[in-house]
Design a protein around this ligand. Sequence first.
Ligand SMILES: NC(=O)c1ccc[n+]([C@@H]2O[C@H](COP(=O)([O-])OP(=O)(O)OC[C@H]3O[C@@H](n4cnc5c(N)ncnc54)[C@H](O)[C@@H]3O)[C@@H](O)[C@H]2O)c1
Length: 251
Amino acid sequence: MVKVLLCGCNGRMGRAVHNIISSEKEMEIVAGVDPFQEVVNPYPVFASIKDVDVPCDVIIDFSSSKTTDDLLDFCLKSGVPVVLCSTGLSDEQIERVNDASKSIAILRSGNMSLGVNLIVKLLGEMTGVLTEAGFDVEIVEKHHKMKMDAPSGTALMLADAVNNAAGGKYEYVYDRTERRAVRPENEIGISAVRGGSIVGDHDVIFAGQDEVITISHRAYSRALFAKGAVSAAYFLKDKKSGYYTMQDVIG
Ligand SMILES: NC(=O)c1ccc[n+]([C@@H]2O[C@H](COP(=O)([O-])OP(=O)(O)OC[C@H]3O[C@@H](n4cnc5c(N)ncnc54)[C@H](O)[C@@H]3O)[C@@H](O)[C@H]2O)c1
């Protein structure tokens, strides 16, 4: 039985992960971490990762970037691998994650869904042809009004997939309100829409002279991210160290 510590267990994603693991035969949640304590859970819930004293095989984190530093301290001390799903990490935190992965196993992905990770692969193949043919790249993402960070981790992941395939030639632009000039070729515009209960929409738009190609992904429920995180936890549980992404899980 794989023993999971669920960080952010009482949030929207934490509850979705709980639902998926409830029907797993080979995995169980042995403890949770969440300062929001008003939910009754069938496992002990600690207010801080610093208080956890329950042995576990792997951590799934869907909390907040504010937790990431304490979480990394905990993993470095205990050697427990972590599936890091929280988004909005600072550059310093991303550097810390990279450093920590030299001694512990970390899987981090801005989007845990199979579909988005397949699109990342696909973008690698499409980008060369389309950008050489002069297509401009724009990304539009839409999320529910409770989302704290913008743009989404997924939008950045999609932009990185395009940029890496193009040899890093792009700059990301989030706001054009101060500019009075035509669009330069070497930029990817990333726009964020927030409203209602949208689970997560992403469009990567390749706009050419006389044609437009749009690669779209629509998330209809949080279960797809939770399923991906559970697959990632199975993948990571016995790994000793290294930096992994969902690309490693989908193979
Ligand atoms: N990678 C992905 O595929 C993916 C998908 C969805 C959401 N996310 C990210 O996961 C995170 C959580 O999303 P959500 O929609 O469930 O948010 P949420 O606000 O519903 O839940 C977050 C939970 O974390 C708890 N929390 C806050 N500080 C904590 C701490 N120090 N330790 C432990 N728990 C703490 C909160 O009390 C809350 O219950 C966000 O960063 C979100 O962007 C990632």
